[in-house]
Design a protein around this ligand. Structure first.
Ligand code: NAD
Length: 478
């Protein structure tokens, strides 16, 4: 695999940034620098917005059926380039190659879903109050979008925003993730090669706080979409509020899992061990607070440890690897401090808990039981390969614990009782609740959080709503 040179895409051209300094891209499996990427200056950002304004004028007038055709072509191109792009993701983000390939292929499905939904952005005719009047509600693209996408799923997170914006007839300026610039650049090329007008899709990298401050305040930017941590999301939402911009925020989570006495424990262990160590736990919907009812607590832990022990950690490029390294040194330091804090407060370290080797950012699949409610791990999003387990007595206690934190993204439950499942579905405060499954995130499903996990949806029909304005035309014949 040859790692490409990284450029910004502004005004239909791939070019260097105007800031004199560059930043390094690091392969998290080796710790080695594999490339440098350019940084956009304020002038570059203004040029990107000016290009998007031009792109909007063209793209919003393209018939939805034609937009759909071009986007479906992009989906096909993405599929044909899956191997090449997957290798880039693994090189710069670390996840194992098969997961990276799946990310690309499922991304193609997401593009197709939005392409089709774009054809169905219907307005409506409202019965008018006079004989010579018509009253119509139109759905129009919101305008130029500024999108900020993270490194954990570099393709998937960027394309959910790009595809929804383009399907709605918007143009977009994307600030890609600093850790994984080549993957997002490859995605942008796919759209451009499919025939999307070059001005409709601009890509920048830069100093994150400077880029967001410039783009969000820019009068030609009408909508802001961010995926990342709750703390940064709150800063950007405040900035967007100050400039009255439409906002979608897909932020952190701390997903509770309620495993009841009557659950199919083998199924719960199988699904949760896959979901927990997928992408080394660096997923906003990762199961992070495993609440297990007392009757099955010991047996669940025993089976979960056995499953976690089988997760082979290594370079994502190797066939035998089931879990790659963490994406950056910050996550490695965070894991150590979470484990030390939890053990110091009385949790029992059942498995793992250590960095692996001195090269790269590998951390052992880790299981902690009896995690006290005071542990940082039980309160702050871990975003890493740590499963924390604690017992509960009855459903009231489990639901109260699930809702205790300010997060509200994903939640999971395992039970054979329809009554318990109904109660959990109704009472757990989360944007997504999966019962006896880990099935969330398909293109047709709403994807988003409540409370401190943000607002707006990145999936399902709801995702397009946030890229559309509703305009009333009330017309009386004279
Ligand atoms: P971070 O909050 O520093 O960065 C997350 C992302 O936000 C990065 O892509 C970064 O470029 C961007 N960012 C940071 N400051 C910004 C700013 N002022 N303006 C615009 N963009 C900005 O966190 P991190 O150390 O990279 O990642 C760890 C935390 O981020 C995790 O604990 C997790 O909560 C969160 N995260 C969440 C998701 C998600 O899918 N919701 C994805 C990645 C990271």
């Amino acid at each position: 695999m040859t790692y490409p040179s990284i450029y910004l895409h502004i005004g239909g051209a791939w070019r260097a940034g105007s800031l004199p300094q560059t930043q390094c891209v690091i392969n998290p499996a080796t710790g080695a620098t594999i490339a440098e990427y350019p940084l956009a200056s304020a002038d570059d950002l203004d040029a990107a917005v000016a290009s998007a304004v031009k792109g909007l004028a063209v793209w919003r007038r393209v018939a939805p059926a034609e937009r759909c055709r071009l986007m479906r072509k992009a989906a096909e191109l993405l599929r044909t380039r899956a191997d090449e792009i997957a290798a880039l993701i693994t090189a710069e983000q670390g996840k194992r190659l098969s997961e990276a390939r799946l990310e690309v292929l499922s991304g193609a499905d997401v593009i197709e879903w939005f392409a089709e939904e774009g054809r169905r952005c219907y307005g409506r005719v409202i019965p008018s109050r006079g004989p010579d009047s018509t009253c119509t509600a139109l759905r129009e693209p919101v305008g130029v979008v500024a999108a900020f996408t993270p490194w954990n799923f570099p393709i998937n997170q960027a394309l959910r925003k790009i595809a929804a914006a383009l399907a709605a007839g918007c143009s977009i300026v994307v600030k890609g993730p600093e850790e994984a610039p080549a993957s997002v650049a490859a995605l942008v090329r796919v759209f451009l090669d499919a025939g999307i007008p070059a001005d409709a899709l601009n890509l920048v990298y830069g100093v994150p706080a400077d880029v967001s401050a410039r783009l969000i305040a820019h009068p030609d930017v009408r909508k802001v979409s961010f995926t990342g941590s709750t703390s940064v999301g709150k800063q950007l939402a405040a900035l967007a509020g100050a400039h009255m911009k439409r906002v979608s925020m897909e932020l952190g989570g701390h997903a509770p899992v309620i495993v009841c006495d009557d659950a199919d424990i083998a199924l719960a262990v199988k699904l949760l061990s896959v979901q927990k160590f997928w992408n080394a736990g660096q997923a906003c919907i990762s199961p992070t607070r495993l609440l297990v009812q007392e009757g099955v607590y010991d047996s669940f832990i025993e089976q979960f440890i056995a499953a976690a022990r089988g997760v082979r950690t290594g370079d994502g490029m190797l066939k035998e690897t089931r879990m790659g390294p963490l994406a950056n040194v910050r996550r490695l330091q965070a894991m150590r401090s979470f484990v030390d804090d939890a053990v110091g407060r009385g949790a029992r370290l059942e498995l793992g808990g250590q960095r692996i080797g001195e090269q790269g950012y590998f951390f052992e699949p880790t299981v902690l039981s009896g995690v006290p409610v005071t542990a940082r791990l039980w309160n702050e999003e871990p975003f890493g390969p740590i499963a924390s387990i604690a017992p509960f007595k009855d459903l009231d206690e489990a639901v109260a614990e699930a809702n205790r934190l300010p997060y509200g993204l994903a939640a999971y439950a395992f039970t054979r009782s329809a009554k318990a499942a109904h109660r959990i579905g109704q009472d757990v405060e989360a944007g997504m609740v999966a019962i006896n499954s880990i099935n969330v995130g398909m293109p047709e499903m709403p994807f988003g959080g409540i409370k401190d996990s943000g607002y707006g949806s990145e999936g399902g029909t709801e995702a397009l709503d946030s890229y559309l304005n509703t305009k009333l035309i009330s017309h009386t014949l004279t």
